[in-house]
Design a protein around this ligand. Structure first.
Ligand code: HEM
Length: 443
């Protein structure tokens, strides 16, 4: 942990434990007295929201696993049994299924916050990389979880995604087939596949929890970034984490969980797909295979490229770029608040990603801008595939061209001298010196 410890054991037992396992000291230094920039806004509450989401997923998931049967003949019915017979099974399942969506919603906001305020820049690169690892693990967990109910879309999703690896046959003949057979545990998606997906879906959240521990450790070494991006210069720039941010995070968690509860109790199937209410049948392929909403932008990229191997590489590369972003953006200014040009390119990145998500949910041949029609009356013109190509190109250009070029050529606006400066010079009267230091006092 950064800085020196301010913990003073009060009771005899605390002193005894502190000399043997300073666990209370670590908790105190990181969750109570941790000096936190005083200007963090609500975008900084999503880390706490994510931690609660992870706990919710683990608790509900463990309960579901007590009644779920990972067998191709029984999985679908065991989920129906949970929904109908298990006490509050419907609620636990809906919390878990919608919880995955809420978890991804929160992580996308958390990542976007990091990209906008430059939280990935030195000295927080490792913190960022650990976040990227968490995101990859979340994607793997979400994908495998969706396969478990063994509905039509579960099955189709498993087939499409595992088959992606067969593209590596184009690199070394036989390599892709070997990988897919190995993933399946057989010669097709089947019982062995379902079983291993269940085992991994149970395991990965605990690995995520482990990496989150490292993520928060790294955060406590560097300290938080803040909306100005200007490092903490003095004690007057910070407040203790408790009660200031425990209360703020707590409030945000409650608001977020109201939205969550709305989905669970009023629209529990809104984010699902009706085809998944049909038991998996390898002989019938759904007319329109779509993943969960949080994978749609990447799915759109995959479909935008006509050549399979390059489609797969484009899709994985889009996630890979996130790992490289600390080294692609070399601008000395962290926060986009003071980067007037980069800010607009960032807004376009968000729009492009949302647009890709939309494309991922449409049929590739759907016409976006109609320019004519075929002999039998079908519209012709600019298709979803072409829109996805343009948006994918922009996504890549943002990371590979815009950020590196702006690092050298952008003229930033005036960055404040310290975190306190924009607050104290923002029109209101400056607090007397003693008052500014007030929040530091404890007790
Ligand atoms: C289970 C998922 C995650 C959890 C529980 C989590 C938790 C947290 C917490 C509690 C914080 C401090 C509060 C805050 O800044 O919001 C934080 C900060 C941060 N997280 Fe995460 N995180 C997760 C995923 C990610 C991902 C996927 C990324 C990026 C790819 C990421 C990047 C960061 C960065 C850069 C910071 C420092 C922010 C700053 O101080 O400006 N995190 N995280």
């Amino acid at each position: 942990m950064s800085g020196h410890s301010t913990y003073e054991p009060k009771t005899g037992f605390e002193r005894w434990l502190d000399a043997r396992l300073p666990i209370v000291r670590i908790a105190y230094d990181s969750a109570i007295d941790f000096p936190t920039p005083k200007n963090l806004n609500y975008w900084w509450t999503f880390g706490g929201i994510l931690a609660v989401c992870l706990m919710t997923q683990i608790v509900t998931g463990v309960i579901l696993a007590m009644h779920y049967v990972p067998n191709g003949d029984m999985a679908f019915n065991s989920v129906e049994h949970i929904m109908r017979d298990v006490n509050y099974g419907w609620m636990i399942r809906y919390i878990h299924a919608n919880g995955a969506s809420m978890f991804f919603l929160a992580v996308y906001i958390h990542i976007a916050r990091g990209l906008y305020f430059g939280s990935y820049k030195a000295p927080r690169e490792v913190l960022w990389l650990l976040g990227c690892v968490i995101y990859l693990l979340m994607m793997a967990t979400g994908f495998m979880g969706y396969v478990l109910p063994w509905g039509q879309m579960s099955f189709a999703g498993a087939v499409v995604i595992t088959n992606l690896f067969s593209a590596f046959d184009q690199v070394i003949p036989g390599l892709g087939t070997a990988i897919t057979t190995w993933l399946w545990g057989g010669f097709a998606v089947g019982n062995a596949t379902l079983n291993r997906f269940f085992a991994l879906h149970y395991l990965l959240p605990f690995m995520i929890a482990g990496v989150v521990g490292l993520h928060i450790w790294a955060l406590h070494v560097t300290g938080n970034n803040n909306p100005t991006g200007v490092p903490v210069k003095s004690k007057a720039d910070t407040v203790p984490f408790h009660p200031y941010y425990t209360v703020k995070d707590g409030f945000a968690i409650v608001v977020f969980f109201i939205l969550f509860a709305w989905f669970v109790f009023f629209a529990p199937e809104a984010l699902g797909h009706t085809d998944n209410q049909i038991p998996a049948n390898p002989l019938v392929t759904p007319a329109h295979i779509v993943p969960e909403w949080y994978f749609l932008p990447f799915y759109a990229m995959l479909r935008a490229v006509p050549q399979k191997l390059f489609g797969v590489l484009t899709m994985f590369g889009a996630i890979g770029l996130l790992f490289a972003v600390p080294w692609l953006d070399r601008s000395p200014v962290r926060s986009m608040r003071y980067r007037p040009t980069a800010r607009w390119f960032f807004v376009l990145l968000v729009l492009a990603t949302l647009g890709l998500g939309w494309c991922g949910g449409m049929e590739p041949d759907d016409v976006v801008i109609r320019t004519g029609q075929t002999a039998n009356g079908d519209p012709t013109g600019f298709t979803v595939t072409w829109l996805a190509r343009i948006l994918t190109t922009y996504y890549y250009a943002y990371f590979l061209l815009v950020l590196p070029l702006l690092s050298r050529n952008e003229k930033p606006s005036k960055v404040p001298d310290s975190i306190s400066t924009p607050v104290l010079s923002g029109g209101g009267a400056a607090l007397p010196a003693g008052a500014a230091a007030e929040p530091q006092k404890k007790g």
